[in-house]
Design a protein around this ligand. Structure first.
Ligand code: NDP
Length: 241
C-alpha cells in the first residue's frame, strides 16, 4: 500500500510543487488550502490529488480534518509537510496584535496543530517523516517581519525537540529553510524591493519551487532515515551558516 503524505497549503507555490513531486515518487498525497478554492480545484483537476479545506491555525480544525483524511484513505498519515504559511509584514512599532497572532498561528502553531494529530499513530507504526518549511528570514531575521521571523525560527526549535523525542520510533523531523522562491507570496513584494533582494542573491535569481520539492522528496524517503533534527538552507547563497 502506498504511503500517505499530507502537504499543508499544497495547492499553490512550494506546497503544490512538493505534492506533485511526492505523487511522482509513489506516495498517495493529500493537500490542504484555505481561501482560494479556484486554485485548489484547478490543482485537483490537473493532478488528481484530493484537497481539504481547513484552517491550520486552529487545533480542532486540524484534528477533525486529519480524522476525516484517515477515514477517507483507510490509513494513517506517514509523511507530513508543514508548509502552509502567510506573511503580514510591518515594522514592529506599527504591527497590530492581530498581524502578530495571525502569522504565529498560521506559520508556527500550525506545526503543533498538525503534528500533534499525527504523531501518536506514527509512533505506533514506527515510521514517520515530518518536514517543516521555515525560511531564511527565520534564521537571519528580516526588517518588517518580526512576526514571520519569530514563527520561522520557532519551527527550528520545535523540530529539534520532536526529532529527539521520536528518533527511536523511526520518525525523523527536519526543516527546510528556503530563500526567495518565485511564488505568489514573493510576487506580492514591491518589484523595486524584489529587485534589491535578488541583487543580494549570489545565484542571482529566485528559486523555482521544484528545487525545494526535490529536497522534501529526499527527506520523505526511506533512504533519509538517518537525517533528523537538521535544517537545510536552500537560498542561492544569500545567507551561509
Ligand atoms: P503561497 O502563498 O504561494 O501558498 C500558500 C499556501 O498555504 C496556499 O496553498 C494557501 O491556501 C495555504 N494556506 C495559507 N494559510 C492557510 C491556512 N491558515 N490554513 C491552510 N492553508 C493555508 O506560499 P509559498 O508557496 O510561497 O510558501 C509556502 C511556505 O514556504 C510558507 O510557509 C512560506 O512561509 C515558506 N517560504 C516561502 C518562501 C518564498 O520565497 N515563497 C521563502 C521561504 C519560506 P490558499 O491557496 O487557499 O490561500
Amino acid at each position: 500500500m502506498k504511503k500517505l503524505a499530507l502537504v499543508t497549503g499544497g495547492t499553490r507555490g512550494i506546497g503544490a510543487a512538493i505534492a506533485r513531486k511526492l505523487q511522482e515518487d509513489g506516495f498517495e498525497v493529500v493537500t490542504t488550502f484555505i481561501g482560494r478554492p479556484d486554485a485548489a480545484e484547478a490543482f485537483t483537476k490537473e493532478t488528481g490529488i484530493k484537497t481539504y479545506k481547513f484552517d491550520v491555525a486552529y487545533f480542532e480544525s486540524c484534528k477533525d480534518a486529519i480524522l476525516n483524511i484517515e477515514k477517507d484513505f483507510g490509513r494513517s498519515i506517514d509523511v507530513v509537510i508543514n508548509n502552509a504559511g502567510i506573511t503580514k509584514d510591518r515594522f514592529l512599532h506599527k504591527m497590530s496584535a492581530d498581524e502578530w497572532n495571525a502569522v504565529i498561528n498560521t506559520n508556527l502553531n500550525s506545526c503543533f496543530n498538525i503534528t500533534r494529530n499525527v504523531i501518536e499513530k506514527m509512533r505506533e507504526k514506527k515510521f514517520g517523516r515530518i518536514i517543516s518549511i521555515s525560511s531564511i528570514n527565520g534564521i537571519k531575521g528580516q526588517i518588517g517581519q518580526a512576526n514571520y521571523s519569530a514563527a520561522k525560527a520557532g519551527i527550528i526549535g520545535f523540530t529539534k525537540a520532536i526529532a529527539q523525542e521520536n528518533a527511536n520510533k523511526g520518525i525523523t523531523a527536519n526543516v527546510i529553510a528556503p530563500g526567495y522562491v518565485g511564488t505568489d507570496m514573493v510576487k506580492k513584494i514591491d518589484p523595486k524591493i524584489l529587485e534589491g533582494i535578488v541583487s543580494q542573491i549570489p545565484v542571482a535569481r529566485l528559486a523555482d519551487p521544484s528545487e525545494i520539492a526535490a529536497l522534501a522528496s529526499y527527506l520523505s524517503s526511506d533512504l533519509a532515515g538517518f537525517i533528523t533534527g537538521a535544517t537545510f538552507n536552500i537560498n542561492g547563497g544569500q545567507y551561509m551558516q
